[in-house]
Design a protein around this ligand. Structure first.
Ligand code: ADP
Length: 161
């Protein structure tokens, strides 16, 4: 059985991530989305919030689950018995970065990294740019799943009690 891990920050999940998840779910028997908990990037959503949002956006995939992860990716992969690492590629900058990490993971644990590309309409979506424009009220309906859009609107535009 081929099991893959798709790790990331997912702050928040976008249609770009979802495109990669849909592709991976067809390629592998099982896909685990690993939500990073110790990233140095300052996050808008907590790891638990991200986990719940991703679960809400991926219910249609029978073979996809979501987990919180910390520590080395290769250690987490050993823990869950995943032999493939999935990452997405948007552009040449992503490629350079992913190539170095893939090589490191191959050296550390013999792991194969599978790099997937989203379809053109989803290719340039980035969580950081999305957050910037969402903050100023831009329409992001076509860039994120509905539940994420709602969470972003709540975070930026509605007062919490
Ligand atoms: P990280 O901080 O680990 O890069 P991200 O949430 O930014 O976490 O990205 C997780 C993975 O999803 C990365 O491999 C990234 O390249 C990929 N990804 C993000 N957006 C897109 C997109 N629009 N198209 C393809 N891959 C994407």
């Amino acid at each position: 059985m081929a099991k893959a891990l798709f790790p990331g920050s997912f702050d928040p999940l976008t249609n770009g991530h979802l495109d990669i998840i849909a592709r991976a779910s067809k390629l592998f028997d099982e896909v685990v989305i690993g939500v990073g908990t110790n990233t140095s990037k300052k996050a808008l959503f907590s790891a638990t919030e991200k986990l719940q949002l991703i679960e809400g956006a991926t219910t249609r995939f029978d073979n996809v689950s979501v987990s919180l992860m910390s520590g080395l990716t290769v250690d987490f992969m050993a823990e869950i018995n995943a032999e493939y690492l999935v990452r997405g590629l948007r552009n040449a900058t992503d490629y350079e970065y992913e190539r170095d990490i893939a090589e490191m993971n191959r050296q550390l644990a013999g792991i194969e990294t599978i790099l997937l590309m989203a379809k053109p309409v989803n290719q340039n979506i980035s969580s950081s740019i999305l957050k910037e424009v969402a903050k100023f009220g831009a329409n992001i309906d076509h860039l994120v799943p509905d539940n994420i859009n709602k969470a972003l609107q709540e975070r930026f535009h509605e007062k919490k009690e």
